[in-house]
Design a protein around this ligand. Structure first.
Ligand code: 3HC
Ligand code: NAI
Length: 699
């Protein structure tokens, strides 16, 4: 039974049991409705709503969205609770989120254990709270607090929630016992039925211009998204309109959000992120190993950031460098990074010291003999990496996991120099490694299931989003980036400017345009990578001659103050640079290209479709387990707009037939070399099949 009822003296205890997170699925709504209605006519004088398992209700059932609505609706259940003639107490543990917290807001009293969190995270799904949250939260906590809670979607700790009026009391110890005690205290005093909906907010209390200020701020922070603006409209209605009118508006705007492509994309991402951590074919009995200490080889850009991840999670790190000087440099950068966080007020000085203290430096491999996991982050050179792995093989204890953070090298070729290829894996972090959420877990031919399971497990512990990839040049993310970057370069030489390309991609939702990214990462990185490739592997010189020229000019990007743009030394603000246009024109002449006007639409299609076509190749070759994994890679690693659901979901929504037709058109216009449609895409477009159907058939 998902909802049970137990009458204890005068207290009716309603218990919800819908694992894993007590989502408000149809049986829960129906059970709640029936129980509340019945309890109006029994001997109870007061009701408690409480949940079993790890949490209070964590929201509406997201998997029901987009399907036929099933009665009773959540708003009806919530309104029924508020209308109850008998007082209702919500007893909260775990996370009361979204519709779950809206149930609590409709109760007449709310108590929680101190470890609980409450929140209205709907905005993260492209939605707004659709069961009274936008109306009741401001009535209890004030307009500003409610706007912050709902537009950020961040969960709030119980103590803070109590301090702003969202909770009435915190109870230590067993929650049900505490709730019954709380109820008995109320009963001793003839408890009021305190309906939040009956509270009025005096418009005079609201700072003039407050709503417009939020609208302006959110238009910047949540560029291109509709839900945050609609949330402001609903909270404004909570001030200016009676509750029934406010609820009507909330419902209307909620449905508009629900039907939006923004919400579809974000809901897809919610499930995609959770699916990505699952490895097909892994036996349920496979257990992750415990990782209690980590070794890191190379304390440069990546090694330092990777070390911080583990220190932040309380896992001690031994950082190995070639010599004392390199070690000191690495440690100084880590200390300075923690210092920046402390200065921003996001970490206390004492905590930063503690974390720094978890990172021990060494120049001797002997100090890695006992670690459970080693991550190599030395120069991107196969021979150097193989030398490192031979040394690791010689000193590390049996069963230790040996990982490489390589961006492009063949994990199997690295594993082959050890006597334990089953323990070798790729763990590809993204820069800055202490910030970016993505972790590509690269499975070598011989990597064992236990090692794979451990990689997924440790990723969660250090707060990363892991995605499994098989071995290929660049794995999932960097392999797809190549054709995307190629098209950016070709658009540049054929007639566009860096500003136009970056503006088109940023307006479309990319966190940064491709040329601005080039300047941030350093134009020399791609240049150096190209030096190891044959002319054939390098591809069309038109796709890299401008970058090579900039490197020759010493314009490596932000770090040298100029690249595709000029950078202000103090603010790092970018500005256009006439020199670059001259360079592009000269290179175009050398390559025999007559520059032309390129439309914004062409830029957008060439860049996104090049990315998508490679995504289909990756899927077909089995490099990625599923299309949604590719979406997760691009959203968490490359600044792809989450509200577009990722490149593969975007292609699916646009329609595979249309995507295929446009790629064929580019093939006719620019040649097959760059525009051979993926066989899988062609097959699906020809058979009129969606990716979802194809993946179902493959399962
Ligand atoms: N609906 C459906 N399934 C849900 C769900 C929900 N609201 N919340 C979690 N799940 C599922 C997950 O998909 C996952 O399934 P799986 O095991 O098959 O992969 C399982 O529950 C466990 O979830 P997590 O792996 O995320 O577990 P954690 O312990 O890491 O996190 C959590 C728990 C903090 C509750 C997290 O799951 C979460 O944030 N959930 C979503 C909360 C949310 O967005 N609520 C608002 C929903 S929209 C709404 O309420 C609209 C209303 O206003 C009308
Ligand atoms: P880096 O040049 O900043 O750091 C490399 C460090 O390794 C240097 O401090 C060097 O002293 C040290 N080192 C070199 N050989 C060593 C050895 N034999 N033993 C111990 N230490 C040694 O390089 P970065 O950028 O940190 O890259 C490291 C690895 O991470 C490369 O494989 C790279 O492809 C990969 N990577 C880099 C990303 C980036 O954006 N920089 C992103 C993801 C992966």
């Amino acid at each position: 039974m998902t909802v049970t009822y137990d009458l204890q003296n005068k207290i009716g205890v309603i218990t919800i049991n819908n694992p894993p997170v007590n989502a408000l699925s149809q049986p829960v709504r129906e059970g709640l409705k029936g129980t509340i209605e019945k309890a109006q006519h029994d001997d109870s004088e007061l009701l408690i709503i409480i949940c079993t398992g790890r949490t209070f209700m964590a929201g509406a059932d997201i998997s029901e969205f987009g399907k036929m609505p099933m009665e009773p609706s959540l708003p009806d259940v919530v309104n029924l609770i508020e209308a109850s003639a008998k007082p209702v107490i919500a007893a909260i543990h775990g996370t009361a989120l979204g519709g779950g917290f809206e149930v609590a807001l409709a109760c007449h009293y709310r108590i929680a254990v101190p470890s609980a969190k409450v929140g209205l995270p709907e905005v993260k799904l492209g939605l707004l709270p659709g069961a009274g949250g936008t109306q009741r939260a401001p009535r209890l906590a004030g307009v500003k607090n409610a706007l912050d809670l709902i537009t950020s979607g961040q969960p709030m700790k119980a103590a803070r929630a109590q301090s702003i009026g969202l909770l009435d009391a915190l109870v230590e110890g067993d929650l049900l016992t505490g709730a019954i005690e709380f109820a008995n205290t109320l009963l001793a005093d003839k408890p009021e039925v305190r309906r939040v909906g009956e509270i009025t907010i005096a418009p005079a209390q609201i700072e003039p211009g407050l709503f417009d200020a939020y609208r302006a701020r959110l238009a910047k922070r949540a560029r291109g998204q509709i839900a945050p603006q609609k949330i402001v409209a609903c909270v404004e209605a909570a001030v200016n309109q009676p509750i029934n009118k406010g609820l009507e508006l909330e419902r209307k705007l909620f449905v508009e959000c629900l039907l939006s492509s923004e919400s579809q994309g974000l809901r897809h991402l919610f499930f995609a992120e959770r699916k990505a951590a699952k490895i097909n074919g892994l036996s349920k009995e496979t257990r992750a190993k415990a990782i209690q200490s980590v070794g890191i080889i190379g304390g440069g850009t990546m090694g330092g950031g990777i070390a911080m991840n583990f220190a932040n999670a309380g896992i001690p790190v031994t950082l190995l460098e070639i010599d004392e000087q390199a070690l000191q440099r690495g440690k100084d950068i880590i200390a300075s990074n923690y210092g920046i966080t402390v200065n921003k007020g996001k970490l206390s000085g004492a905590e930063a010291e503690k974390r720094l203290g978890m990172i021990r430096g060494t120049t001797s491999y002997d100090d890695l003999a006992e670690v459970d996991l080693v991550i190599e982050a030395v120069f991107e050179d196969l021979a150097i990496k193989q030398t490192v792995f031979k040394q690791l093989d010689a000193v590390c204890k049996p069963g230790a996991i040996l990982a490489s953070n390589t961006s492009y090298q063949d994990i199997d070729a690295i594993a082959a120099v050890t006597r334990r290829p089953q323990d070798v894996i790729g763990l590809h972090f993204f820069s800055p490694a202490n910030v970016m959420k993505l972790l590509e877990v690269v499975r070598g031919d011989k990597t064992s299931d236990e090692v794979l399971a451990t990689a997924m497990d440790i990723a969660k512990q250090i707060n990363k989003v892991p995605v499994l990839s098989r071995v290929c040049y660049g794995f999932i993310g960097n392999r797809m980036l190549r054709p995307y970057a190629r098209e950016a370069q070709l658009c540049l030489i054929e007639g566009a400017t860096p500003e136009q390309i970056d503006r088109v991609m940023e307006n479309w939702g990319m966190a940064m345009g491709p040329l601005a990214v080039g300047d941030l990462a350093g134009i020399d990185i791609g240049y150096k990578a190209r030096q190891g490739l044959s002319d054939e592997e390098k591809g069309d010189p038109k796709s890299y001659c401008i970058a090579d020229r900039l490197v020759a000019m010493g314009r490596l990007g932000q770090k040298t103050g100029a690249g595709y743009y000029q950078y202000d030394p103090a603010s790092r603000a970018r500005s256009s640079d006439e020199t670059i246009i001259r360079v592009i024109e000269e290179e175009a002449t050398k390559q025999g290209v007559v520059r032309r006007e390129i439309s914004d639409d062409e830029i957008l299609d060439r860049l996104t479709l090049a990315l998508i076509n490679e995504g289909f190749n990756i899927l077909e070759e089995g490099i990625a387990q599923r299309s949604s994994d590719i979406d997760v890679v691009y959203i968490f690693g490359y600044g792809f707009p989450a509200y577009r659901g990722g490149p593969m979901a975007f292609a699916e929504n646009r329609g595979l037939k249309k995507v295929y037709a446009r790629i064929c058109q580019f093939g006719e216009q620019f040649g097959q070399q760059n525009w051979t449609p993926s066989t899988l895409l062609k097959e699906l477009a020809t058979d009129n099949k969606s990716l979802a159907q194809w993946e179902k058939e493959q399962a």
